[in-house]
Design a protein around this ligand. Structure first.
Ligand code: EPU
Length: 428
């Protein structure tokens, strides 16, 4: 049981380099099972979700070779299993990308219902609908989802809602199907484009990624190759929010400014200065934060994965702001934690009304999920006094070297290890 301890009120200043994108890495690494040769993937973030994916690959029989701190080579040639170990799959959402990947490779896949952040119900009906239309049959046995296809045949797939995961899974299965698959109402997130670019690099024929219609012409062979993952849009956005929250001045390097436009626009509305360079953004705040309204939307709208972080900024602003969560049913659980720090937020379903309180006060809080945890870190950095954040394993699923990066920017943050028996002693 480890925790972060933050002494808040320090202005962040300096430079930080953004790591590879989590949500691209957790799609591209499973996609390597489709290849017929080794794939060298660069700019891989060193986070626990990536470790779980590489462990799954290893269990399936793939060769996994760590080349250096950010590069891993996956050799899928000796994969000899189509069943993803439950204990690994349960710890994260993206384990279900092995359904599309293994169906494409082996024409069958077995995966337990995936885990991941708890935002209420997280159905997979669109994944199933898409894979069925390519010819897969599925069933549930002993809590395991089984998929099988005699043959995968290209098809027209229309999603009822925009789903990143369903778009990825159908792309993966369609890459080696016979004929043309057309995905309509596809997700347009940068990680979808990154996955398509990776697959095209090793020989796939995918057009339209980044628009809402993706066309995939199946091929029989995918070679190996080398590919570098894009920078993490949400990690970058989180540091942008942290700079703004602390009235700081931070140069955020290794970003694609185009991916940050919706975040930049919101920060500017709030009185934060954002300067764009080719592969960096500088975020500065001198004056007070202004209120604004935020609606989360699929890309290119404001990302739901930045909703908790921006809500912290709205707490520090003057006036009343409305936050509408339009992607997930239940992504305001962290509000209870922010209230401990003095926030004044009322939640009604998918709407939060945030009364700016100007400042927050340090308190013991929990990371209820990954981005909620990032929001607690930002709140702690901006707050007066001392904040302790529990359940930081959620945060470490998605942020590489958070403590080191923030410390270099002048934050007073430590990660402390508390032996489990001490926790028990406290509870008794
Ligand atoms: N949905 C369905 N049926 C489906 C699939 C999705 O109803 O079959 C609904 C969901 O319940 C949700 C909406 O569609 O209301 C969007 O879900 P989506 O499938 O797009 O989400 P996901 O693929 O499970 C990914 C990211 C999340 C991010 C969402 C939305 C990964 C591994 N996860 O999840 O990232 O919030 O897209 O952008 O890519 C995070 O990084 O913190 C994170 C949670």
């Amino acid at each position: 049981m480890d925790k972060f301890v933050i002494n808040g009120g320090k202005r962040l200043q300096g430079e930080v380099t953004i790591s590879g994108a989590k949500n691209a890495a957790v799609a591209i690494l499973p996609a390597t099972v489709l290849a017929d040769g080794p794939c060298r993937i660069e700019n891989v973030p060193n986070i626990s979700d990536v470790s779980v994916i590489t462990e799954i690959l290893y269990h399936l029989g793939a060769g996994v070779r760590v080349i250096n701190k950010t590069t891993v080579e996956i050799d899928p040639r000796h994969i000899n299993s189509y069943s993803v170990p439950s204990e690994l799959a349960r710890s994260m959402r993206a384990s279900y990308y092995f359904i599309g990947g293994l169906l494409g490779r082996e024409r069958r896949a077995r995966v337990t219902m995936p885990g991941g952040c708890d935002f209420g119900v997280r159905p997979i009906d669109q994944h199933i609908k898409g894979l069925e239309s390519l010819g897969a049959k599925w069933g549930m046995e002993h809590g395991m989802l089984s998929f099988e296809a005699q043959e995968l045949v290209g098809s027209q797939v229309y999603f009822d809602m925009v789903s990143v995961g369903a778009t990825v899974n159908v792309m993966l299965a369609a890459v080696k199907a016979r004929g043309l698959t057309v995905i309509e109402n596809a997700a347009r997130e940068p990680h979808i484009v990154d996955l398509a670019n990776f697959l095209n690099t090793i020989g796939a024929d995918i057009m339209g990624a980044g628009t809402d219609v993706i066309k995939i012409r199946g091929v029989s062979h995918l070679a190996g190759g080398t590919y570098s993952i894009i920078p993490d849009q949400i990690e970058a956005g989180t540091y942008m929010a942290a700079a703004a929250a602390t009235g700081g001045d931070v140069l955020i390097r290794n970003v694609i400014p185009k991916h940050l436009e919706s975040i930049t626009a919101k920060l500017e509305e709030m009185g934060v200065e954002v300067e764009e360079y080719d592969d960096a953004v500088r975020v500065r705040r001198a004056g007070p934060l202004q209120r604004t309204n935020v609606k989360t939307q699929p890309h290119p709208g404001f990302p739901t994965d930045m909703q908790p972080q921006i809500t912290v900024l709205l707490c520090l602003a003057q006036g009343t702001s409305i936050v509408a969560e339009n992607v997930w049913d239940n992504r305001f659980k962290y509000v209870e934690e922010l209230r401990r720090m003095g926030a004044n937020i009322q939640v009604d379903g998918k709407i939060a009304v945030v009364e700016g309180v100007g400042k927050l006060l340090g308190a013991p809080v929990r990371a209820v999920d990954l981005r909620a945890g990032a929001a607690m870190v930002i709140a702690g950095l901006a707050a007066e006094d001392h904040t302790e954040i529990d359940d930081i394993y959620h945060i470490e699923r998605g942020y590489e070297n958070l403590v080191e990066k923030l410390t270099r920017l002048g934050a007073d943050i430590r990660r402390i290890h508390i032996p489990d028996d001490l926790y028990l002693a406290k509870a008794l």
